[in-house]
Design a protein around this ligand. Structure first.
Ligand code: PMP
Length: 353
């Protein structure tokens, strides 16, 4: 295989997800709630009437784009739908990044910015977050001057640290930079605000959002990009055709038609996050970072061992054994009160033992 692979991609590892048996899944920032019964029933009825799965889906996702545009307060021409925001990260990079072009992103953050940059032949450069993993924008400006990037990713709330960038800092960055800024708001619903509608006036700003987290559609792969009409139009040239299945488009549309159910689910996750935060703060020897997302990052002695012990208790959380700044950290996805309590009790036992 190695002899066929591009030289610059030889060290690249596949995105690996271990399938470990579990009781409680708190490792992938998914929603603990499956699709509401009412939507399932509606989809089932429509399915029985026939979805024309023999036909390609609407490549433009017209109806879904309209629903998204109403939800986000933008126009449908300012929206592009993708098979998860993962696909759109790749699409955006392929539109703007060629061989040798630099892409900046926060470190630590979501790993796919780096991976897709490498696949495009670009040069990925992580800009270290500052004290307490907060955004230190002076580091970004220094990196911009030094590396002359084509593209900058900002993740807010940031995965896995949970912090947000200040809106003024973001606007300043977009104005100062002559390349494209992508703001990844995958966890935006949990922080209570979005800058999407304010970004469409800028010629060089994009906002990335997803149905995988707050709306619980991770298994159906639906994400979207919002930006200035001309920018979106340009990116359309590199979007694969028919990239989102007709079933996924319809499910996402029904989610937006039932916002009240999801708003109360989001509120419940947010209140559980605060409950967990206070519980975890009560543990001796643990540091908890404030989070605006649906997960909490903790610094815990012997994190790798705690991770193993939690698996033994049937609980999956995320560890970072290979990241120099995160080796002694764990990321826990907020779930239902029952799951969260189960986790807190297990952690208590493990730390005492
Ligand atoms: N961005 C961030 C910050 C994420 O954490 C994730 C999922 N882990 C994604 C994008 C991709 O999500 P999806 O492809 O499911 O929309």
């Amino acid at each position: 295989m190695d002899k066929f692979m591009r030289d610059d991609l030889k060290g690249l590892k596949p995105y690996k997800v271990d399938s470990i048996p579990y009781r409680i899944k708190m490792d992938a920032n998914e929603s603990p709630y499956d699709l509401p019964d009412a939507i399932r029933q509606r989809l089932a009825n429509e399915l029985m009437r026939g979805y024309q799965f023999n036909r390609y889906p609407d490549s433009d996702a017209t109806a879904l784009k309209e629903a998204i545009s109403r939800y986000c307060g933008v126009s449908p021409q300012e929206v592009m739908v993708g098979a998860g925001s993962d696909e759109l990260i790749r699409v955006v990079i392929s539109a703007f990044v060629g061989k040798g072009d630099v892409v900046l992103y926060p470190n630590p953050s979501f790993t796919m910015y780096e991976v897709f940059t490498r696949i495009a032949g670009g040069i990925p450069i992580g800009v270290p977050l500052g004290e307490g993993f907060n955004y230190d924008m002076s580091r970004f400006y220094r990196a911009m001057e030094q590396h002359k990037p084509k593209l900058i990713f900002i993740c807010s709330p940031n995965n896995p640290t949970g912090n947000v960038i200040h809106k003024d800092e973001l606007m300043k960055l977009v104005t100062a930079f002559n390349g494209v800024v992508v703001v990844d708001e995958a966890y935006g619903e949990f922080c209570g605000h979005s800058i999407a509608s304010q970004m469409t006036n800028y010629p060089n700003a994009l906002v990335l959002k997803t149905f995988s987290k707050a709306f619980g559609l991770a298994g159906l792969r639906v994400g979207y990009l919002i930006g200035n009409r001309e920018l979106i139009e340009g990116i359309y040239a590199v979007k694969p055709p028919y990239n989102v299945s007709s079933f996924s488009q319809r499910a996402a549309q029904l989610v937006l038609e039932n916002m009240s159910i999801f708003s109360s689910r989001i509120a419940s996750i947010v209140s559980e996050r605060e409950w967990m935060y206070h519980k975890l703060r009560g543990f001796k020897g643990i540091e908890v970072y404030p989070s605006k997302a649906n997960f909490l990052l903790i610094k815990v002695p012997n994190a790798q061992n705690v991770h193993k012990e939690l698996i033994r208790e049937g609980i999956l959380v995320r560890n970072f054994p290979n990241h120099p700044r995160l080796k002694d950290h764990l990321r826990i996805t907020v779930s239902t009160r029952q799951d969260n309590e189960y986790f807190i009790k297990a952690l208590e036992r493990i730390l005492e033992g």
